[in-house]
Design a protein around this ligand. Sequence first.
Ligand SMILES: *Cc1c(COP(=O)(O)O)cnc(C)c1O
Length: 387
Amino acid sequence: MLYRLLLSVVLALSGVPLLDLRAQHAVVGDAVAEAVAGVVESQSFILGLVVEEFEAEIASLLNVRHAIGCASGTDALLLPLKALDPKPGDEVILPAFTFFATAGAVWNAGFRPVFCDVDPVTFNVTRETLEVRWTKWTRAVIPVHLFGQMAPMEEIGALARERGAFVLEDAAQALGARQRTAEGGEAAAGSVGDAGAFSFFPTKNLGGYGDGGLMTTNDDGLADALRKLRVHGGRQMYDHELVGTNSRLDALQAAVLRAKLPHLPAWTEARRKNACLYHGALAEVEGITLPETLPVNLHVYNQYTVRAEDRDRLRTHLQDRGIGSGVYYPVPLHLQPCFASLGQGEGDLPVSEEASREVLSLPVFPELGEARIEIVTDAVREFYGTR
Ligand SMILES: *Cc1c(COP(=O)(O)O)cnc(C)c1O
């Protein structure tokens, strides 16, 4: 009892960060150091055995034929799009409510980004939101599994098959997320579309100690192209069949990720438990809307994102109490200055625009623990109780 009291006082004084990577490092630090030392000993830093082992482990975890490491989640989106060899005017439909990288990759691959709206409950694209943006130029669609919950892949896949478009899953926030299939089985994020893109940016559910990314596909031909594209477009040195780039997963990062991977299931469970505690404590609070999970989905909560009335004032209220929170994302992509020439403007994608004004992500990292969740939920309740 006294211990609990002391603990809550200490925690309240130290605040609640949005993310605390040091807590995780305290657990995995020794294993990571050993793995890194192994790479340093080998002096083999580019691709090689450690990267191949990591790729095989991810392929097996996700049940895909090919997992191909690359330099970042951004490049994991870029290279499959480059493999499609865009012609001038070719379009890719993607949500306006996502991280910038999704759109940047489309643009940099040589496609015209066409932004679509999202479902107000899940923040994900649906068949309907994609369909209204379809043109005869549409070559690919990018469902983003935002915050760790998969977009409805069955209906999106059906639409893409009917119209002959490529499906690239942006699974940067969704490593380990799963979805029930029509046949009654389960499919992992990144294993359903024609290709999938993952990021190991430190804030993702499996974070490296720097940048890193990975592409997935079940298509042998595409896998072959992606393996070339990440090393300047040739299978052998100085023999270039495609114009690729330099985008490899670093052996040091692969070693770190391999050391951390066995913990991923427990970390996912902890995130899910934290979400559950938030649900229990905040369900009755007037003024916020809690995230909902589609019945077919297993959500991995890279972010626990609510819609909040008076969002910016709530954020300040939390900040004053030492509680971190994040706004992902404050400006929908069709309203970014760099995409003004595409001609989509204010009012065109109302659900994305409203989401940008209302969303707030609360701390949900695995090591958060009940006592700190209580600090957060007390502060949220206090805000809406006294407003
Ligand atoms: C993080 C992220 C990316 C980009 O990953 P990087 O490794 O940072 O390049 C792309 N899409 C989404 C949805 C992301 O969250």
